[in-house]
Design a protein. Structure first.
Length: 276
């Protein structure tokens, strides 16, 4: 974690740890151990039943013998950044003053890597707290191009993830997001415009418009997060890093006849380079 007594500047420590700078200056309100247990279970229930709102989650928890009221469930949902999926998961709430861009992917044939990238944010439980994960995904190959962790829902860790993806892999033709304030902010949209990238945004409440990122969250949580109890942000970062490498390079996908995202992404790029 960040060591404020170290001679290395805090900003440089954040860069080396690949943490959002805001994380170093933010002091979160600690959740009680009881609430962390509830939040972990609510995250599992939300993944299985994304249509469930605070009333249904309360009733599900009560059926499991947990004495909890709807108001408490609603408070924890806001802390986690989730809502029932008839309204988009609330890890990224729309800012009323930010302009919204049209959805460009409807009926679009996506047949090559770097044609469309997409991003989203999800909640990651730890043993003594939680963090947020943002990932940039290549739509065609399902490859995770970059990712970042943060303990705040600010824009800067999203910007860092996009900058890394562009630095490593170039630019996509289209970048798709939801209408969350992080993605509609002038800083985020200007970064895309400066790189000549077309901006696409999901329809309000239309979570299926970004379905491949939603599927990634499900895979990460069931195959990695729910099997672990991260002791710290560095622990979460190291373990998630190992899993993302496995996901990209070793985990076969049924949609690709058992091939991995790396195989699809790099093979197609190589063929196109040879053809050029």
């Amino acid at each position: 974690m960040i060591d404020r007594t170290h001679k290395l500047p805090v900003v440089r420590q954040c860069q080396l740890l690949q943490l959002a700078r805001s994380s170093a200056y933010y002091t979160p309100q600690p959740a009680t151990p009881e609430d962390l247990v509830l939040m972990r279970r609510m995250d599992e229930l939300h993944l299985e039943h994304p249509f469930a709102g605070s009333r249904m989650l309360r009733d599900m928890l009560r059926l499991e013998g947990r004495n909890i009221g709807r108001k408490h469930v609603s408070t924890l949902m806001k802390k986690m950044g989730i809502e029932a999926l008839y309204r988009k998961p609330n890890t990224s709430r729309r800012h009323a003053a930010h302009p919204i861009h049209p959805y460009l992917l409807r009926d679009l044939k996506i047949d090559r890597p770097n044609q469309v990238w997409a991003t989203d944010i999800t909640y990651i439980p730890m043993r003594r707290g939680f963090v947020y994960l943002v990932a940039v995904v290549d739509w065609f190959s399902r490859r995770v191009m970059s990712w970042r962790l943060s303990n705040t829902l600010t824009t800067d860790f999203c910007l860092d993830a996009v900058r890394e993806a562009i630095a490593r892999h170039g630019t996509p033709e289209i970048f798709n997001t939801d209408q969350g304030s992080q993605f509609t902010s002038s800083d985020f949209t200007q970064l895309l415009k400066d790189n000549g990238i077309l901006i696409s945004m999901d329809g309000k409440g239309a979570w299926r418009d970004n379905v491949f990122v939603e599927r990634l969250w499900r895979t990460i949580k069931y195959d990695e997060v729910y099997l672990k109890a991260y002791e710290s942000i560095p622990h979460a970062k190291a373990s998630l890093g190992q899993f993302v490498t496995f996901y990209n390079s070793q985990r076969p996908h049924q949609a690709f006849d058992g091939k991995t995202p790396d195989m699809i992404y790099f093979a197609d790029l190589s063929q196109r380079n040879l053809a050029a």
